[in-house]
Each structure stands twice: as C-alpha cells, then as structure tokens.
Design a binder for this molecule. Structure first.
Ligand code: RIB
Ligand code: CA
Length: 307
C-alpha cells in the first residue's frame, strides 16, 4: 500500500532532486500534492519550478502555491543573485499544467482533515505553510502521522554559523511546528553534509540516458560549486533528497531521540535548533545521526533510471 504523502518545498535544486526521486516510486509514495513556499527563491519561482519538474517527469501531481513570506521575519531568499531562477544549470520544459487555484495552506488543511488515515508530510523548505495551517486548523495535528523535515543543525549552520537556512528563514514557524506534538524525524545539516555529490556519483547519474536524469546531472553540476568552494568539500551536500530517501529506505539512516528547541530571539543565534540529547525535556524529535551515503546514491541513481 503506497504511503499517502504531501511534499512542501521551495525548489531549489536539492528540492528538485527530491521531487524527482519521489516521482520514481509511485508504488511506495502516493504523492497527493506539492505545496510550495518562499525560500530558496520567491514563491512565484518555487511554484513555477515545481510545475516545471512535474512537466520534466511527466507527472500530473497538483501544485499549490503557499505563503510568500515568513510569519514575522522579512523574506530572505537563499539565492540573492538577480535573475536567479532557483534551478540554474538546466533547461527545463515549460509547464503545461497550471497552478491549482487553492492556497497551499488550505490544501494542506483540507487534505489532512479528509484523510482516511493520518498522513506523512515531507518538509523541504521553510515551515511557514505548515505553521499557518496549524494556527488556522489545530485539529490537523491528529491527522499527521509523521513529519520528515530537512532542517536545522546539531553543530554548524549554513546561512549563519548558528542556523540552517530553512529554520533561519522562518524560526517562528519552526517553533510552532516543533511544539505542536507531531512526531518529527529531523534530517539536519550534520546528516546531509555526509551525503556529498562527488564527481563519481555525479557521473553515475550523468550516465543514465534519460531526460530527467540528464536534467538532474545538469542541476547538480551547477548546484555544487558554491558549497564545494565554501566548505572545501569533495562535493555538494544533498539536503532534501535525504527526506525522500528516508521515506523509501529508512534503514539508510540511524536516529536518536532528542529535545529540540528553536531560538527565535538571538542576535547571533536566530534560527538555531538547540539540540538536547540528554532530554532536559521530553524528546520531541527523532534526529538522524548517521547515513549510508553510498547506499543513498545507489538508491537515487537506480530510481532516476526509472523516470
Ligand atoms: O539548508 C538546506 C535547505 O535550505 C534545503 O532545503 C535547501 O533547499 C534550502 O531550502
Ligand atoms: Ca529546500
């Protein structure tokens, strides 16, 4: 029985790879909809990019635009370069499908309240849409089986030394989500930085003679450059696809329970995920601890050959 799933995202290259991976496994993931949020690039672009990725993979998944800005913070996108599309490096087809007229937050609420069984949400961007849905319709908590979130950091941040981008963009939304009492599996930078797109792994994807895999290779080639230069790493960390890989093959990861609080005040620490392994309070999160990176790329490469 395929797992009913909604993906909330801000495409963004790594979101794009995550969506493509989700598209490859309809027997395991029943993707009911994609909601987009402002993050890597403004909302209009994240929505258009999601439509383009559905077109690339010949998918008819409905796409909904959600919130154009965080709850309280002014929007800070990851890509400040003027004219950036968020999917640089690849030429993607113009979408035939149009955006759904319903707001992404209302789609989340409607889907969750009408779901016959509690659903899984894959959260790949700032948590604004889900936070607004929880504020507007708190009864959805009982209809969410699990959140699998890419976000936060146990050690070092990426947008500031203290904070990871998705949480930093909307720390107040993250606080609403992390205190809602929903089961959360959190995949932090400490895990995703173990999953590097090395030249060998990129070559394996490039070797797949399929349009979606070629576009993925083009996107990943461009995506890696800033991180490789900044961190001096052997490749770019593959953040969001870890969420879908976890849903498809959870044994690729190990996890630990922790109590996680979100810093919403600090001058230097705004958006910090404060991780307490020793449970000063009851654990509210299961944090991934290690990942079989080679196994994850084997999964990704194999699955992309199906598109
Ligand atoms: O910090 C990495 C996260 O921020 C990823 O989800 C990336 O797409 C950006 O949204
Ligand atoms: Ca993202």
């Amino acid at each position: 029985m395929a797992r009913p799933l909604i993906i909330d995202c801000d495409p963004g290259v790594d979101d794009a790879i995550a969506l493509l991976l989700a598209f490859t496994a309809p027997q395991q993931l029943d993707l009911l909809g994609i909601t987009t949020v402002a993050g890597n690039v403004p909302l209009a672009l994240t929505a258009t990019n999601a439509l383009k990725l559905c077109e690339l993979a010949d998918q008819t998944v409905p796409v909904y635009a959600g919130c154009p800005r965080p709850l309280l913070q002014p929007l800070q996108t990851a890509v400040e370069v003027h004219g950036a599309t968020g999917l640089q490096g690849a030429t993607l087809p113009d979408p035939q499908q149009r955006l759904q007229p319903q707001h992404g937050v209302d789609f989340l609420i409607e889907q969750l309240l009408s779901a016959p069984v509690p659903m899984t949400l894959a959260m790949l961007g700032p948590l604004t849409n889900l936070a607004v849905a929880l504020i507007k319709a708190p009864q959805i908590v009982s209809k969410i089986a699990e959140l699998v979130i890419m976000g936060g950091a146990v050690t070092h941040g990426n947008i500031t030394p203290a904070a990871e981008f998705n949480v930093y963009v909307d720390p107040h939304a993250a606080q609403v989500v992390f205190t809602a009492g929903i089961p959360i599996t959190l995949i932090t930078l400490d895990t995703t930085h173990q999953v590097l797109t090395t030249p060998e792994r990129l070559a394996a994807i490039r070797h797949i003679n399929r349009p979606a895999a070629q576009a993925a290779a083009d996107l990943l080639t461009y995506y890696g450059t800033p991180d490789i230069e900044r961190y001096g790493m052997a490749g770019a960390p593959l953040h969001d696809p870890c969420v879908i890989a976890y849903l498809l093959q959870p044994d690729l990861f190990t996890t630990r329970p922790a109590q996680v609080a979100i810093e919403t005040q600090g001058q230097h620490t705004l958006g910090r995920t404060v991780v307490d392994w020793w449970h000063s309070g009851p654990p509210n999160v299961s944090i991934t601890d290690s990942v079989d990176a080679a196994g994850l790329y084997d999964l990704l490469t194999t699955q992309l050959s199906y598109l």
